[in-house]
Design a binder for this molecule. Structure first.
Ligand code: FAD
Length: 448
């Protein structure tokens, strides 16, 4: 039995900096990791997917440049694309390894399980500590479809190992992971079908967002099947045959499953520690990341926090304060996220419907992309900017930006919201012409 001051289970986006900070503060820290150090973002998520999309969007932009009078002959070296992706990923992973090493964090490679609330075992090593932090993230959730179990599928866990581009590809799921993968593969040359059971793409957002993405995907030659489910899958001689609820049958050399996530708690033996899970298996936490077991905390995706790297990382910052006796909670932050399709989606705060559901007196204004000088000049006609504000207080409650690099631009609004500023401050700002950002004061002026 090894004795430590703190145990971190999972080297996710919050767990690594937390372990490093605690170790640098002189604590004896043991971190358990069953897979590659650095968690989903570095190894199977943000880093490789965005490196992959950099190549895909370069190809897509080159093809779409025909509308500007530029005709490119696009040839994709898929092997080189994926070698670059893996190279970047491996560099990031190595960075995590060296951060942990130089801080003196002891890493145990193995799948951790609780023996009781303060002792954890993996690979035959038992460690006990007064503080335990769970940061075990999520894994792909495979849907229950006849014939799916046992056939070789692509998910975010193995997609970046591909060495050849599937000629025909079906993506199951029209959430952001499915859309990024689907558009990326199409732009690299696959014939892509996206099968989505929602009524519009990205149906966690307003329908107009999905409509814009559907039009963009149509221009990329992607077939989108909405309100559709896969009834059965057959895998014969390397070809998938997917029977859709519409009666259509799709054939493909590859199937990507991106239909949801499930928390990595099934191997944790949470009951032995008295840690309560919800019906889906997520760790239940209070506003200060405490689980039902005293001294045991959970951060990031496994605690059903909004599933983004910046959230898990911010969880760590808040938890460090709480462990130091501070009073921060997880509830008071302005949250945004981006979808790295083209056009991008940049979101922050509430939609109009969400604001109204909270009982706020809210109002929304929208500026279509066709009214934006920069967009016209650059040939970007798809998208819109929408601002949601509170009547009376004039607070900015949220924004949805769909357009070129909208994931960057949304930070203007995020900063206003964080600073507690109002739409009038935005309206009075003088932004540079001709930029996309110039349209944000114009958007606010629609409220005058
Ligand atoms: C394809 C894809 C693209 C994404 N793109 C973005 C993006 O662009 N921007 C963004 O903000 N977010 C993105 N995300 C989400 C992001 O990756 C996660 O929200 C982020 O990694 C936070 O996860 P985490 O810290 O909760 O844990 P994770 O990063 O998931 O890490 C959990 C770690 O715990 C380990 N583990 C699990 N169980 C055990 C156990 N019992 N014992 C030991 N170790 C264990 C796992 O192996 C893993 O390494 C993406 C996700 C995917 C799948």
């Amino acid at each position: 039995m090894l004795s430590a001051d703190a145990i971190v289970i999972g080297s996710g986006q919050g767990g690594v900096p937390l372990a490093v900070d605690l170790a640098r503060a002189g604590k004896r820290v043991v971190l358990f990791e069953r897979g590659r150090l650095g968690g989903s973002c570095v190894n199977y998520g943000c880093t490789p997917s965005k490196a992959f999309l950099a190549a895909a969007h370069a190809a897509g932009r080159a093809r779409l440049a025909a509308a500007l009078g530029i005709h490119a002959d696009v040839r994709v070296d898929f092997q080189a694309v994926m070698d670059r992706v893996r190279g970047i990923r491996d560099r990031f992973t190595a960075g995590v390894v060296s951060r942990l090493e130089s801080a003196g964090v002891q890493v145990v490679h193995g799948e951790a399980a609780f023996k009781d609330a303060h002792s954890v075992v993996a690979a035959g090593v038992v460690v006990e500590a007064p503080l335990v932090v769970i940061n075990t993230g999520t894994n792909p959730l495979l849907p229950e479809i006849a014939g799916l179990a046992g056939v070789p599928l692509l998910t975010n866990l193995n997609l970046f190992e591909l060495t050849a581009l599937p000629r025909r590809l079906v993506v199951l799921g029209g959430g952001y992971i499915g859309l990024e993968f689907g558009q990326g593969m199409a732009r690299l040359g696959s014939e892509v079908h996206i099968v989505h059971r929602g009524a519009w793409l990205l149906n966690s957002e307003e329908s107009e967002v999905g409509d814009v993405l559907a039009e963009a995907f149509f221009r990329d030659g992607i077939a989108v099947h909405l309100d559709t489910q896969v009834r059965e899958v057959q895998y014969i001689d390397g070809v998938y045959h997917l029977m859709l609820s519409s009666g259509e049958v799709l054939e493909a050399e590859g199937v990507i499953v991106a239909t949801g996530r499930r928390p990595n708690t099934e191997m944790l033996n949470a009951p032995a520690a008295g840690i309560a899970l919800d019906d889906e298996g997520y760790v239940q936490i209070d506003a200060q990341f405490r689980t039902s077991a005293p001294g045991v905390y959970a951060i990031g995706d496994v605690a059903k926090q909004p599933a983004f790297t910046h959230v898990s990382w911010e969880d760590y910052r808040r938890l460090i304060d709480i462990l130091d006796g501070g009073s921060r909670t997880r509830d008071d932050r302005v949250l945004g996220y981006a979808v790295y399709t083209e056009p991008q989606v940049g979101r922050v705060g509430l939609t109009l419907a969400e604001a109204e559901a909270l009982g706020l007196r809210a109002r929304a204004v929208t500026l279509p992309m066709g009214h934006i000088a920069r967009a016209i000049e650059w040939g970007h006609d798809l998208g819109f900017y929408r601002l949601v504000v509170e009547e009376g207080s004039e607070r900015i409650l949220g924004a949805t930006l769909v357009g070129y690099e909208a994931g960057e631009l949304v930070h203007v609004l995020l900063a206003h919201m964080q600073a507690g500023s109002t739409w009038r401050v935005l309206e009075q700002s003088v932004h540079i012409h001709p930029t996309y950002a110039e349209s944000l004061p114009s958007l606010a002026r629609l409220l005058v």
